[in-house]
Design a protein around this ligand. Structure first.
Ligand code: CAA
Ligand code: FAD
Length: 384
């Protein structure tokens, strides 16, 4: 077993780290407070080739492996989880879904600009629309309908909690065509935001990842050409599950980054802050906290890299991605909470960053499948 990264992987890690410090750190507190979408950062990430990292170059991507993606996601998330969630959705839900399951025409029309993150010089990203008011964890209970009208589908319904909801140009929408077939009657449709009948609701006012734009999206008699269905008729739920397995590696890496960002901040602070005549890092209670944080982070990192290696080597990664996500997100919550504790009162105010990291960590236990859902996926596989 070789734990060394390749030169290319190290180069990507360094590029992401430099980017996070020079482009994401300035203004990160203000963007969080004002709920400002990190548009400038996303445009620059697109220029860097980070919005379609794993897409083949012939489809506008950077042709990198999933390990490089994990490394980049960790570095960006250490500093700004609102930017990294946008990056994760575009890379691993939207671009991956289209590259793996889209038709050649869909790839040419949509994947190429989505992987480049730009079209005609303007930001061009995507969103993944599975969740509904009555279908979150219970994702097969889709109420949105895509009625088969011959050469088009008539789309009606409401999706909520959609990341990149207002900034995306393209939506991948899951909807029920044939209710009698249950999950096998669901389709995934490519819908353009500007089409008649599409309405974007107001931005959600959130606890964390406040810079990312989360919206309800409503569809009222939207005509979607048949050529915009991804895969065979009825493939939509499998599409969602297969795509989410890769997405969960992205969110696990986001959680890993939030945890390691908080740990590094707390480690530095513990060597500066003095109490009872010595640096707080000299108190064993603080040392043990740091030891536990470092150990949990290392374990989370190994799980993320294991899932990425499974994907890169053509092995099934349904379980390894769920294990990485549940462990990394629970690590993120535990580590960020301890990072606030190590900062004492200073950890409770915005200037020291760790309170934001603690707020950002929470969502990693909820989206792309809650921790309970990851345990369902893992336990079903174990007990099968
Ligand atoms: N690959 C292929 N097929 C799969 C599959 C997979 N990984 N998982 C399920 N299926 C198939 C099943 O085999 C089944 O088909 P058969 O009847 O032919 O066997 C069908 O899909 C239905 O599957 P289940 O019976 O397992 O469905 P379930 O109702 O028990 O639900 C679940 C399973 C794992 C809980 C699933 O509903 C789930 O993952 N829920 C969470 C949804 C989620 O993660 N949402 C995230 C939204 S995106 C997001 O959040 C983005 C963001 O924030 C940034
Ligand atoms: P519920 O499913 O109602 O769950 C409530 C609680 O019950 C949870 O603790 C859950 O784990 C538990 N629970 C439910 N069923 C079971 C069970 N069988 N066993 C044990 N426990 C169970 N969705 C998208 O499609 N696209 C996006 O881009 C997107 N972005 C998001 C961004 C944000 C900021 C947020 C908050 C959500 C986003 N989501 C997105 C939605 C997200 O995926 C859902 O919130 C998540 O899947 C949980 O669904 P729910 O909120 O309906 O909770």
């Amino acid at each position: 077993m070789n734990f060394e990264f390749t030169e290319e992987q190290l180069m990507i890690q360094k590029a992401a780290k430099d980017f996070a410090i020079t482009e994401c750190l300035p203004g990160v507190i203000e963007r969080d407070e004002l709920q400002k979408f990190p548009k400038d950062q996303i445009v620059k990430l697109a220029d860097l080739g980070f919005m379609g990292m794993m897409v083949k170059p012939e489809y506008g991507g950077s042709g990198l492996d999933t390990v490089s993606y994990v490394l980049a996601m960790e570095e960006i998330s250490k500093v700004d989880a609102s930017t990294s969630v946008c990056m994760s959705v575009n890379n691993s839900l939207v671009c991956y879904g289209l590259e793996a399951f889209g038709s050649e025409a869909q790839k040419q029309q949509y994947l190429v600009p989505l992987a480049q993150g730009k079209k005609d010089g303007e930001l061009y990203i995507g969103a993944f629309l599975l969740s509904e008011p009555e279908a979150g964890s219970d994702a097969t209970s889709q109420q949105t309908t895509a009625e088969d009208m011959g050469d088009y589908y008539l789309l009606n319904g409401t999706k909520n909690w959609i990341t990149n909801g207002s900034s995306a140009s393209v939506y991948l929408v899951m909807a029920q065509t044939d209710r009698a077939k249950g999950p096998h009657g669901i389709n995934t449709l490519i819908v353009e935001k500007h089409w008649p009948g599409v309405t974007v609701g107001p931005k959600e006012n959130k606890l964390g990842i406040r810079g990312s734009d989360t919206h309800t999206i409503m569809f009222n008699d939207v005509k979607v050409p048949k050529k915009n269905r991804v895969g065979e008729d009825g493939f939509g739920f499998k599409f969602a599950m297969k795509t989410l397995a890769g997405g969960r590696i992205g969110i696990a890496s986001q959680a890993l980054g939030i945890a390691s960002g908080a740990y590094e901040t707390a480690l530095k602070y513990s060597k500066q802050r003095k109490a009872f005549g010595k640096e707080i890092a000299q108190h064993q209670a603080i040392q043990f906290k740091l030891a536990d944080m470092a150990t949990q982070i290392e374990a989370a990192r190994l799980l993320c890299l294991k899932a990425a290696c499974d994907k890169d080597n053509g092995r099934n990664y349904d379980v390894s991605s769920s294990m990485a996500k549940v462990f990394a997100s629970e690590t993120a919550m535990a580590v960020t909470t301890e990072a606030v504790q190590i900062h004492g009162g200073y950890g409770f105010v915005k200037e020291y960053h760790v309170e934001r990291m603690m707020r950002d960590a929470k969502i990693t236990q909820i989206y792309e499948g809650t921790s309970e859902v990851q345990r369902i996926v893992i336990s079903r596989a174990i007990l099968k």
